[in-house]
Design a protein around this ligand. Structure first.
Ligand code: SF4
Length: 204
């Protein structure tokens, strides 16, 4: 079993992660994007990776997807100052496709490497409820066989006792709002219902 490094505070964790070179995403990032929000939050929201905008700002969920997340949080009766937001991997990376460079999903090796920081954030923030946004984040935290289409909105209890739910990535719903607004209406409602359920459980 891997020995967990000792840190006295979340600030020390963030500071150490800034220099992390534990996976090849370190070569492409501008900066490591640390988790952000309340360090005593009962609700932790976890996405897969930082966006290109996050890579510039150093903040998770910055830019249009962040604005949309703020809208959802407000409708659910909370805001960023009351929750903690982080990612499965903390560095932005791209790959080259037919249409040029695009953001790259995390490999298992990268998820495992960044899991040290995830575990430390969980240890220090100690939320009772986790909301995983997007299938990759949910699979990483719930189990590889998690299926978003069938299991979205369902509660699971992790071995550490925390309750966790997987829902859609707000960035995906935002893209649907732009390109297929009619189809986006029920998706918006589903993700809002899931965020409300997570907020409610975290306050219970
Ligand atoms: S993604 Fe995580 S493990 Fe990889 S370099 Fe960044 S902080 Fe380190």
């Amino acid at each position: 079993m891997m020995q967990m490094p000792f840190y006295a505070s979340l600030e020390e964790v963030r500071s150490a992660a800034t220099a992390c070179q534990a996976c090849r995403r370190a070569r492409q990032r501008s900066r490591m994007v640390a988790g952000s929000g309340s360090v005593t939050a009962n609700l932790m929201l976890v996405a897969e990776y930082p966006s290109q905008r996050d890579d510039r700002t150093g903040e998770p969920f910055s830019g249009p997807a962040g604005d949309y997340l703020d809208e959802l949080l407000c409708a659910a009766g909370t805001d960023r100052s009351q929750i903690y937001i982080t990612n499965i991997v903390r560095c932005y990376a791209t790959e080259t496709g037919r249409a040029g460079d695009r953001i790259r999903s995390a490999t298992k090796r990268e998820r495992d490497a960044c899991g040290v920081w995830m575990d430390l954030e969980l240890q220090f923030v100690d939320p009772t409820v986790i909301l995983a946004v997007g299938a990759p984040a949910a699979a990483a935290l719930i189990g590889d066989d998690f299926q978003l289409t069938q299991q979205r909105g369902r509660w699971f209890q992790r071995a550490d006792g925390r309750w966790i739910m997987g829902t859609m990535q707000p960035a995906y719903v935002l893209r649907m709002r732009t390109h297929e607004p009619k189809r986006a209406v029920p998706l918006h409602q589903l993700v809002l219902d899931d965020i409300r359920a997570a907020v409610s459980r975290s306050q219970g």
